[in-house]
Design a protein around this ligand. Structure first.
Ligand code: ZN
Length: 258
C-alpha cells in the first residue's frame, strides 16, 4: 500500500500561489513586482480579493482608484479571483469553535446564518457589478462554521481555498484546496496553496519569494488544475486523514495570519 501511495504522491505534486488581502489599499509596489514575476514564469495565482475593505490596518496602504480595472485585467490573464470576506473586519470571537479549530477572531464564524448570507450576498453583488466571476472563497483568518459553508452553497459557491491535507478534497459538498503554511514553503509532495501577504513584506521577503519561484518554477499549477486533483479513492482519503491528524497535533508550528 505504501509504495502505491508514494507513486500516487509523486504524480500529484504542485504549488498553487494564493495571495491574500488584495484590496484597493495595499502594497502596490510589491504587487506590481509580483505581477512581473508571475508573467515571467507563466504562473497563474489565485487572488483573495476583499470586495469592500474596511480593515483599518489595510486602509493605511496606498489606494488605487482604478482597482476594479486592474482586477478585470488579472481575470483576463486567466488569474483566479477568489472572494476573501466582505469587509475583512473581525467582529466575533470563534471561541475555538471554528471548523478547522484554529481559533481567533472572525468575520463569519459565530454569526447567524442570515448574517453570513447577507455578507456573502453583499460581496458577490460587488463582484457582479464589477464583472468579476466568483467561484471560490476563503475567509479572513481561516475561520468558518457550518453556516459559512451553507451560506456559500446557497449562492452556488462550493470551492474553498483552506483546510488540512496534502491534497484537495471534498467534504460537505465543498471542494477544499488545503492551505497550510504562512510562509512560502514547498512540500516535497502534495498539492498545496501558499498563503502570501505582500502587505507585510520587506524587500528581503520579496527576494526570497523570487528565489522560491525560480527554484520551484516547474511545480506551479493553476487553480483549475489543483481542483482536478480531487478524488475520493481509498489511498487518497487515507493520506488526507493521516495528514489532518498529524498537522492538527503540530498546529503550533503553523504560523497563521490572515
Ligand atoms: Zn486576509
Amino acid at each position: 500500500m505504501f509504495k502505491r501511495i508514494k507513486e500516487y504522491i509523486s504524480e500529484n505534486k504542485g504549488i498553487l500561489i494564493r495571495l491574500d488581502d488584495i484590496a484597493e489599499n495595499m502594497n502596490w509596489d510589491l504587487m506590481e513586482k509580483s505581477e512581473v514575476l508571475f508573467d515571467k514564469y507563466k504562473i497563474k495565482p489565485v487572488l483573495g480579493v476583499i470586495p469592500n475593505n474596511k480593515d483599518s490596518e489595510l486602509l493605511s496602504y496606498p489606494k488605487k482608484n482604478n482597482f476594479w480595472d486592474i482586477v478585470r485585467g488579472w481575470q483576463n490573464k486567466g488569474w483566479k479571483i477568489s472572494m476573501h470576506g466582505l469587509n475583512h473586519v473581525y467582529d466575533k470571537d470563534t471561541k475555538r469553535n471554528d471548523y478547522f479549530g484554529y481559533g481567533g477572531r472572525s468575520e463569519f464564524c459565530g454569526h447567524t446564518l442570515d448574517t453570513q448570507i447577507d455578507r456573502i450576498k453583499e460581496g458577490l453583488n460587488i463582484f457582479k457589478k464589477e464583472r468579476i466571476v466568483i467561484e471560490t472563497f476563503f475567509a479572513p483568518n481561516h475561520t468558518y462554521d457550518k453556516n459559512t459553508f451553507n451560506a456559500l452553497k446557497k449562492f452556488g459557491i462550493n470551492e474553498v481555498i483552506d483546510g488540512y491535507g496534502l491534497m484537495p478534497y471534498k467534504e460537505m459538498e465543498i471542494k477544499f484546496i488545503p492551505q497550510l503554511f504562512y510562509k512560502v514553503y514547498a512540500l516535497p509532495f502534495g498539492i498545496q496553496a501558499t498563503q502570501i501577504h505582500l502587505n507585510y513584506w520587506e524587500d528581503k521577503d520579496f527576494q526570497d519569494f523570487e528565489n522560491f519561484i525560480r527554484k520551484n518554477q516547474n511545480n506551479f499549477i493553476c487553480y483549475e488544475d489543483a481542483l482536478k486533483k480531487i478524488n475520493n479513492g481509498i489511498h487518497y482519503r487515507f493520506l488526507n486523514g493521516l495528514t489532518k491528524t498529524i498537522l492538527k497535533s503540530k498546529r503550533a508550528i503553523l504560523n497563521f495570519k490572515s
